[in-house]
Design a protein around this ligand. Structure first.
Ligand SMILES: Cc1cn([C@H]2C[C@H](O)[C@@H](COP(=O)(O)OP(=O)(O)O[C@H]3O[C@@H](C)C(=O)[C@@H](O)[C@H]3O)O2)c(=O)[nH]c1=O
Length: 181
């Protein structure tokens, strides 16, 4: 497996080793030992989430607060997404910066996002199924978020503004500046 660091310390892109033969392909989509070695930390994933979305959907930008903060490992079963993370760690040298990467069923890339980041994605294919592991359980009371089109972050979701579809819940999220005070 190939592990590539990103400009945001702790966020890494993982590309599993693929075994092709006349039947098709095989790969280990997750291996605790290899994963922990790759990121240099011991992560205990406790919840898997799967979502299906159509082109233009933007699910963003989400995080859980305090003790409920979640590290996530994201991959795509079908389709293409632009996965986006924003560094919310106050003492980080990349605080307030974002990183994006295309994850697809074709490239089989996975993005590991440690605690301390907001996460979201846009759907660039007709449909997309996204699967991600979390190292903490969902807690509605701890949910936090930032509006997807925040002017300070200025995220390029690789979609035309008229095709973007956002949930009612996500449309009323605060700005980056007001979310963190
Ligand atoms: C996230 C989550 C939601 N739910 C429920 C709450 C709600 O009724 C329904 C849909 O929830 P949401 O609208 O929050 O789903 P969604 O907008 O897909 O939220 C997810 O977005 C991506 C980008 C993330 O990073 C995730 O952590 C999560 O925040 O599912 C759970 O039961 N468990 C969970 O872990």
């Amino acid at each position: 497996m190939k592990v590539t660091k990103t400009k945001l310390e702790g966020c890494v892109v993982i590309e599993p080793t693929l075994f092709n033969d006349e039947r098709g392909y095989f790969f280990e989509s997750f291996n605790t030992e290899r994963f922990n070695t790759a990121i240099g930390n011991e992560i205990n994933f406790v919840q898997d989430n799967q979502s299906f979305s159509t082109r233009g959907v933007v699910r963003a930008l989400h995080f859980q607060k305090g003790d409920d903060a979640q590290a996530k490992l994201i991959r795509v079963l079908n389709g293409v997404i632009l996965d986006v993370v924003v560094d919310l760690r106050p003492h980080s040298k990349t605080y307030g910066e974002y990183f994006s990467v295309e994850l697809s069923s074709e490239n089989k890339k996975q993005l590991f996002v440690p605690k301390g980041f907001a996460h979201g994605f846009s759907v660039l294919s007709d449909t997309a199924e996204v699967l991600y592991k979390c190292d903490n359980y969902y807690n509605k009371k701890s949910e936090g978020g930032i509006i997807y089109n925040d002017a300070t972050l200025n995220i390029d979701w690789k979609l035309k503004s008229e095709e973007i579809k956002v949930s009612e819940k996500d449309l009323i999220l605060p700005t980056f500046k007001s979310a963190l005070v």
